[in-house]
Design a protein around this ligand. Sequence first.
Ligand SMILES: [Zn+2]
Length: 265
Amino acid sequence: MECQITLGDVTVEVVRKRVKNINLTVHPPLGRVRISAPRRVSLDTIRAFAISRLDWIRKHQALMREQARETPRDAFRDRPREYEYVDREGHDVWGKRYLLAVSERDAPSSIRLNQDEMMLQVRPAAGRDRRRAVIEAWYREQIRAAVPPLLARWEPRLGVKLERFQVRRMKTRWGSCTPSARTIRLNTALGTKPPGLLEYIVVHELVHLLEPSHNARFVALMDRYMPDWRAHRDALNREPGRELVREPGREPIGDPVRREERGGD
Ligand SMILES: [Zn+2]
């Protein structure tokens, strides 16, 4: 037998099983809540149990949803396979769309941006994989060049010092931090997004040097140093046709990133 209990914004699935105790679990990615309980326990008792754990449930849901948001749903991770790297194909650089213009020459490969064209020069034998490698290396360079000024601005503000940063293609995250090594990693696909979003991820990862987990202190630090961080986060994870999960009552505030993205169209 299955049923649901609704406690304000939290819905709990109840499953009756041959178990000894009431078990409460919260499941990723979106924080689905489930209670398994012995058949003899009344629904009122289960409800009272769920209410007593409501703070715990909300805390874990918030953490899971935060993790889900850091996942690059619309990143470049799936695009390299879809891309053909041929003329007139659209590629985004810092939030602006460029059309690929490929020229073949027996010379070292290069990329140049020219108004709305990304001019890719490759050797005549260069197939799709080679073209992709050239373009991805170029994106990495763009980020490598963009990060030092951001560190120069944010390290003193936050009172932290990074040992080093890496830029790489990542499947599941926009960035990550290893506080013990004072190292951060940034997703190459950030080079397709407006520059404010790279800055947001850099700040997010630097704040992990002060607070490794996504707890209330982490959120308070983000609120203090980058009050509009939620707008950046939502812009980063926005994908047409897919609904965003938001904390109840926490709508994004003033949103310069969206305007910037629209301006690039
Ligand atoms: Zn984080």
